[in-house]
Ligand binder design. Structure first.
Ligand SMILES: C[S@@+](CC[C@H](N)C(=O)[O-])C[C@H]1O[C@@H](n2cnc3c(N)ncnc32)[C@H](O)[C@@H]1O
Length: 215
């Protein structure tokens, strides 16, 4: 996602108390105290400008939400939303998903992957957020089965190459599919639109959806 640089983006991000400044010592294993409750935690990786995660947090006050984005130039747009309408159950993190095991110790219940970069070339397949490399990473951050946890990944994408590889990788990794659709709009599945999704829908592009879980 390319965006025009926002003036003072760095200081806007630093001054926002809802952006968690990350270091393994202060965050890993401490998310209950960061939110002040033991509610489930849902993570959106690659949240972009943050419309989805903000609306989800607003609609679901008994779930904690964290939006992860690797670029400050993009994250700042989500920070602007949070500054306008702060929510106690929403935090933002500027980090590459590769670093998530340094930040969470089996504390996440659900991961949303909305319109992730598709990396359509085969030689880039390992960069896809549902490649076996990332599924290994998620194993480290998902709540353990021993703790009564169920791992859930929900993905939406316009891209069929990414979608097909997600279905294959998740199936090979032991996930089962609770819902799959090649046209989300034709289903009754409750949905909060993302910025990208709104653009694609206006162009008449169908949205692929999967909801997969694993013990
Ligand atoms: C195509 S945009 C989609 C944004 C948003 N989810 C939406 O649907 O409107 C993908 C976003 O994921 C971010 N991203 C890609 N790889 C990432 C990674 N490894 N860790 C964190 N964010 C990532 C990109 O910077 C970009 O903002």
């Amino acid at each position: 996602m390319r965006l025009r640089n926002v003036k003072n983006a760095k200081s806007i991000i630093e001054e926002c108390e809802y952006v968690v400044k990350w270091s393994s010592e202060t965050l890993k294993g401490n998310w209950e105290s960061i939110f002040g409750n033991s509610n489930p935690i849902h993570l959106e990786i690659g949240m972009g400008k943050g419309k989805f995660i903000h609306e989800m947090a607003k609609n679901n006050p008994n779930i904690n939400f964290i939006g992860v984005e690797k670029y400050e130039s993009v994250l700042v747009r989500a920070v602007e939303k949070v500054n306008k309408d702060p929510l106690p159950n929403l935090r933002l993190l500027c980090v590459d998903a590769l670093n998530l095991p340094d930040i969470f110790n089996h504390e996440i219940d659900c991961i949303y992957l909305n319109f992730s970069d598709p990396w359509p070339k085969t030689r880039h397949a390992k960069r896809r957020l549902t490649s076996p490399i990332f599924l290994d990473i998620y194993e480290n951050i998902f709540v353990d089965e021993i703790m009564g946890g169920e791992k859930r990944i929900i993905q939406k994408t316009d891209n069929l190459i990414l979608f097909a590889s997600s279905l294959k990788n998740l199936n090979n990794y032991g996930y089962t599919f609770d819902d799959v659709s090649l046209d989300l709009a034709s289903t009754e599945i409750p949905n909060v639109e993302t910025e990208y999704e709104t653009k694609f829908k206006k162009q008449g592009i169908k949205i692929n959806y999967l909801n997969a879980s694993k013990k």
